[in-house]
Design a binder for this molecule. Structure first.
Ligand code: ZN
Length: 199
């Protein structure tokens, strides 16, 4: 049966086309690139408000929004995913992207499991990852002002995924055994994942 008639082949082709598009049109780095294993350095006090930090924030947001617009998914991006080893992440959950510098978890409640995927997987992989249910974070904004944030379960999940990137860890390192699969249903499959509360 030709691939396009059996559904699965068609979907895999879509996933591969997504990968081809992102290689062609974005500066994203993919699993196997050493930069994804680096520990990113803090944005230092004297770097805030500099043009290089502002440009990094603009680029991070641009790549994330481009990806979301063209592929339909993508809720967070860490600086080393575009080759910059600075502790900066972008998060896109509502209409407005947010940028956090030096994000750190300072308290958490509970534990949950959720199917995660990553822009750096190329062909989109998805697998169950256990993380704290909700978290309280500290970070600096682009002016260097320290802020705190009480995040709901989705935002906690996205920020923790991105903090892992800043420490050289990909979600696929944390997939629960035998839960990893290739996304074949696109946006509906990725956004259709449900949180499972573990405690
Ligand atoms: Zn990721």
């Amino acid at each position: 049966m030709p691939a396009e008639q059996n559904g699965v082949g068609q979907s895999l082709l879509t996933s591969l086309e997504t990968f081809a598009w992102s290689v062609r049109e974005t500066p994203l780095r993919y699993l196997g690139d050493p930069v994804l294993r680096e520990k990113c350095t803090k944005v230092a006090a004297d770097e805030f408000k500099t043009s290089s930090i502002k440009h990094l924030a603009i680029e991070l947001v641009k790549v994330l929004m481009d990806y979301r617009q063209n592929v339909g998914v993508g809720r967070g991006l860490a600086a080393n995913q575009i080759g910059a080893t600075k502790q900066m992440i972008a998060v896109l959950l509502g209409d407005e992207p947010e940028v956090f510098c030096n994000p750190r978890l300072i308290a958490s409640k509970g534990m949950g499991s959720y199917g995660e995927s990553c822009l750096s997987s190329g062909v989109m992989l998805l697998g169950e990852v256990r993380r704290p249910w909700t978290g309280k974070f500290e970070y600096e904004n682009l002016d260097g002002v320290t802020k705190t944030l009480d995040a709901d379960e989705l935002k906690t999940r996205v920020i923790l995924h991105e903090i892992d990137h800043l420490n050289g860890i990909s979600c696929s390192d944390k997939y629960e055994p035998k839960t990893m699969r290739i996304v074949t249903g696109g946006k509906a499959e990725v956004f259709g994942e449900r949180f499972k509360k573990l405690d």
